[in-house]
Design a protein around this ligand. Structure first.
Ligand code: ZN
Length: 187
């Protein structure tokens, strides 16, 4: 297993819509495990496959680790969403300051629907449909956006985006040197 390299803002794979996962394969199983490891290593709450350069509709999530220092690195809480589809969103929306492992150092308030209903397959290929609210709803929408090639900064108003333009330009320029370390061994 390895910690995967997380692509940084400016890489066009982050702006490319992903294709559906057709079936569970050993490669997908390994990808899920490595994405989990990568997410925990980076202290993220979610990670989408395109962020590690795989253009398939798959994401992992663990919102339970937030704010609990001693509770990190518990892969048993990892949740896997394959081919997720948001089938309903609430009319009510709410603001939340978002960040992204692919856009390090940048944070901004984004409005999104407060509640959603999502259909997906889990890591055993079983189909589910369930409602999510608060942080899970937030993270799921952020990650499903990744699968469509959309980043949270794309959801900001023109004015808010202008305020971040300098930071984003710098990231685009420096992305080759600021990526998270790549694990070399083990494969
Ligand atoms: Zn993100």
């Amino acid at each position: 297993m390895a910690i995967l390299r997380v692509l940084i803002y400016g890489d066009e794979r982050l702006q490319t819509p992903c294709r559906a996962v057709e079936k569970l394969t050993p490669e997908i199983g390994q990808l899920i495990a490595e994405m989990g490891e990568t997410m925990y290593a980076a202290s993220g709450v979610g990670l989408a496959a395109p962020q590690v350069g795989v253009l398939q509709r798959l994401l992992v999530l663990d919102v339970d680790q937030v704010g609990e220092d001693g509770e990190k690195n518990k892969p048993d809480r990892l949740r896997v969403f394959i081919n997720p589809q948001i089938v309903w969103t609430s009319d009510e929306d709410s603001p939340f300051v978002e960040a992204c492992l692919s856009i390090p150092g940048v944070e901004a308030e984004v409005y999104r629907p407060t509640r959603i209903r999502i259909r997906y397959r889990d890591e055993r290929w079983e189909e589910h449909e369930e409602e999510a609210d608060s942080l899970p709803a937030r993270v799921l929408q952020h990650e499903v956006d990744h699968l469509d090639g959309i980043l949270f900064v794309d959801r900001l108003s023109f004015i808010k985006r202008q305020a971040l333009a300098g930071q984003l330009r710098r990231l685009r320029k420096e992305r080759e040197t600021i990526c998270v370390p790549v694990a070399s061994a083990g494969k």
